[in-house]
Every structure is written in structure tokens, then in C-alpha cells.
Ligand binder design. Structure first.
Ligand SMILES: Cc1cc2nc3c(=O)[nH]c(=O)nc-3n(C[C@H](O)[C@H](O)[C@H](O)COP(=O)(O)OP(=O)(O)OC[C@H]3O[C@@H](n4cnc5c(N)ncnc54)[C@H](O)[C@@H]3O)c2cc1C
Length: 377
């Protein structure tokens, strides 16, 4: 279904929306709201639109949302279609029985290029950089948003797309700060391709709760990642730590890729998550993306799910009859959805070996792409 431009959301008055955060989800909700005729200001705390991380796997349901809001072809043009395979630490390649290629396929997209493209589509005149939101006050007729420099801006609606450390969430739902996913560390990088086999995406589920792999991506680049559950606190250099974990994966190509990566090109993260929230909205404020449901990335889908939040929220705002009704319906749709995501994601996390991991992973992706998809909304 396509959404027509210039819809007048509130009869005589154009709805004004402030979006906190210019990450993947904030930029997407900004451009989608503009497509239905809202006035949008995306406020990003950084001096530029930049993406943390190398690349992101976007599943079919996110790509459908991008297509609906007019950026599908551009995103396809910078992506690499990936068919994921699982490996065990003995090098056996397999997929979960009973699932097909569609449940293992996604588009791998370089994050910096994606965010630049989304920012262009949202329109630079609708993005305010160096603008950190520090709080808000809700009134019957408006929400007043406070900035770190003392400015205050009014809007009809504030959308918190400000990531796992969300200021908007901390004010809307106090007592739910981001938590460490204890012992879960990730090392990753994107470097020029250097002779690794070009076999789609390799994900090895190795010994000692280590997972990792690599994929070729856009522009002759290759992206690699090493994931470790139940890790002690890393003390070595990023490269030393990544290599130490990669040894559990028995993949010479991955080891060579890490060895060829300059230390400064390696990103290391302690993984954080957002505990399930009792509410996502108030009368004039809504959470979206990682601000509402930051997940451990072992299901590689947090961004995709956040893009689906955009579709649900924007369709409800378009349907009306007013913001409050739309926000209540959005929350009523999303909270049970994420209860299911959490349940399926925990199965993946606690799988005992590579084959069980593959089975639970495919169970999740199959659900997300079918009965859990926002295109059913
Ligand atoms: C290692 C790893 C691998 C992953 N792989 C995948 C994958 O393959 N596929 C997938 O779908 N997902 C993946 N994810 C998840 C995905 O990266 C996230 O779900 C997604 O980036 C969340 O986007 P967001 O816009 O909600 O938040 P963010 O990307 O965190 O953006 C938030 C933005 O808000 C800004 N901001 C924060 N506070 C304020 C404030 N107070 N005022 C103004 N601006 C503010 C920040 O500067 C930032 O730009 C992965 C995550 C990790 C960690």
C-alpha cells in the first residue's frame, strides 16, 4: 500500500513532530511522517549523521517498509543480498531442517551509506544537528521539548528514537535504564576484501559460546564480526581479544581478516539491552526502535524490527482520529509483539550447540518474516 503525500493529519492544522535521534529508526520515522504530510524536526545530538558499526543486515520486512516510503530502490542499490549459512566448529555447513532460503536471506547494507541516504531522503532542512534533547513537559495541547543549550521547542508529538540510552524513555518510563547484557561482547570491522572465500554469509557457532563470521559487502568491502557470550572483562587490545575468540571458531579466513584489520578500525562493544517496558507511550510521546526495545544482537534484527515500528506507528497516525488514539493502538500492537520477540530470542541465546542455534534462529526469522511481520498490520 502506498501512502499519499500532503495528507492533512489534523484537519485544519499540520501535525508537528519532534523526533529525538537521527539514527536508522529516527531518520526513517522522520521521512515516513513527512510522506504523510506531517511537519518533522529530527534532533540529533551529534555534529553529524553518523552510524556506529560497519554494516547491518536488513530483512525483507524492513525493505518493504523502505519501499513503501520511497527509498527501497536506493537501499537495494547499496546492499548485497546474503544467504546465510551456519557452520559448526568442525567446519560442517548446514541449515535448520524445515526452513528455506527465504528464512536465511537478508540485504547487507553499509551503515554509514544507509544513514546518509536516509538523511538525504528526510531532508537536511528537517534535521537539526548538535541538538541534544534533555527532557520534555507534556501539556494538554502540546509537548514542550527541552534541549541541552536551554532551548525549548513545542510540538504535537515527541517520538523518542534516541537509542538504548534514551533520555525520552528515562523520563517517560523511569526505572528502566539500559542494562549490560552481562558478559556479551562484540568485535567487528569493515575492511577492503582480501581474498576470503565469497560464499555469502558465514556464521560459525563455535566452542565456548563464541559466534562469528564474515560477509562480502558493497564496494569491494568485507565485514567481519566476533561475538562472545559469558566473557570475562577483556583486557588486551581489540585485535588480540577478537583473535583469541576467533580461535574458538576454527575459521582460518576469519582469522586472516582480523589479522589484516588495523587496530583503530576495530569496534568493540559491551552489548546493552533495554528491559521489557510496561508502556511505550503517553498522550503526546512515543518510543520507537532501540529506545523502546534495544535487544541483544544475536538475532541480527533490532534495526529491522525498529523499521517495522515505523510502519505501525505511521499507519496509525494516518488513520487517526487523533494522536492519543493512535499512540494507544501502537502500544497495544507493539508490546505483545516484543514479548514474542523476547521469547524467541532467548531460545537462540540459550541454545546448546550450533544445530540448536540454527533451528531457533530460523524459527525466529521465519516468525518475523511471516506471522510476526508488520506487513500484516
Ligand atoms: C553488533 C551489532 C550488530 C547488529 N546487527 C544487526 C543486523 O544485522 N540487523 C538488524 O536489523 N539489527 C542489527 N543490530 C541492531 C541495530 O543496530 C539497532 O537495533 C539499530 O541501530 C537501532 O537504531 P535506532 O535508530 O533505534 O538507535 P541508534 O542507532 O542508537 O540511534 C539513536 C540516535 O539517537 C541519538 N541520540 C541519543 N540520545 C539523544 C538525545 N538525548 N538527543 C538527541 N539525539 C540523541 C544518537 O546519537 C543516535 O544517532 C545490531 C546491533 C549490534 C550492536
Amino acid at each position: 500500500m502506498s501512502i499519499t503525500a500532503d495528507l492533512n493529519l489534523q484537519g485544519e492544522k499540520r501535525m508537528r513532530v519532534i523526533v529525538a535521534g537521527g539514527g536508522i529508526v529516527g531518520l526513517t520515522v522522520g521521512l515516513a511522517l513527512r510522506a504523510i504530510g506531517a511537519e518533522v524536526l529530527i534532533c540529533e545530538q551529534s555534529p553529524e549523521i553518523r552510524a556506529a558499526g560497519a554494516s547491518i543486515g536488513l530483512w525483507k520486512n524492513a525493505l518493504e517498509v523502505f519501499a513503501e516510503f520511497g527509498v527501497g530502490d536506493q537501499i537495494n542499490a547499496i546492499g548485497t543480498q546474503i544467504e546465510a549459512w551456519f557452520y559448526d566448529a568442525s567446519g560442517n555447513r548446514f541449515r535448520a531442517p524445515g526452513f528455506d532460503v527465504a528464512d536465511h536471506s537478508f540485504l547487507l547494507v553499509p551503515r554509514p551509506a544507509l544513514n546518509t541516504l536516509l538523511a538525504d531522503a528526510a531532508g537536511s532542512e528537517n534535521i537539526k544537528l548538535n541538538s541534544r534533547i534533555v527532557g520534555f513537559e507534556e501539556h494538554e495541547e502540546k509537548v514542550s521539548v527541552r534541549f541541552a543549550n536551554g532551548d525549548i521547542e513545542d510540538a504535537d508529538l515527541l517520538i523518542g528514537a534516541d537509542g538504548v540510552y534514551s533520555v525520552v524513555r528515562n523520563r517517560l518510563v523511569p526505572g528502566y535504564p539500559a542494562k549490560e547484557h552481562r558478559g556479551h561482547h562484540v568485535w567487528r570491522a569493515m575492511i577492503p576484501s582480501c581474498g576470503e572465500p565469497a560464499e555469502g554469509s558465514i556464521l560459525t557457532v563455535g566452542h565456548y559460546r563464541t559466534r562469528g563470521g564474515y560477509s562480502r559487502t558493497y564496494g569491494g568491502q568485507v565485514t567481519w564480526m566476533v561475538n562472545q557470550f559469558e566473557s570475562e572483562i577483556p583486557t588486551g587490545t581489540k585485535k588480540e581479544e577478537a583473535l583469541r575468540r576467533a580461535a574458538n571458531l576454527n575459521d582460518e579466513s576469519l582469522i586472516k581478516l582480523i589479522e589484516s584489520t588495523p587496530e583503530e578500525a576495530i569496534l568493540h562493544n559491551q552489548i546493552m539491552f533495554v528491559p521489557p517496558l510496561p508502556r511505550w507511550v503517553s498522550a503526546r510521546v512515543a518510543l520507537i526502535g532501540d529506545a523502546a526495545h534495544g535487544l541483544s544482537p544475536h538475532i541480527s534484527a533490532g534495526g529491522t524490527l525498529g523499521i517495522e515500528d515505523v510502519r505501525v506507528l505511521v499507519h496509525l497516525l494516518k488513520a487517526g482520529p487523533d494522536i492519543q488514539t493512535a499512540l494507544r493502538a501502537y502500544e497495544a500492537n507493539r508490546i505483545p509483539h516484543y514479548q514474542m520477540v523476547h521469547r524467541l530470542s532467548l531460545d537462540v541465546e540459550h541454545s546448546v550447540d550450533a544445530r540448536e542455534y540454527a533451528r531457533f534462529y530460523a524459527t525466529f526469522s521465519h516468525w518475523m518474516l511471516n506471522e510476526g511481520s508488520a506487513t500484516n498490520f
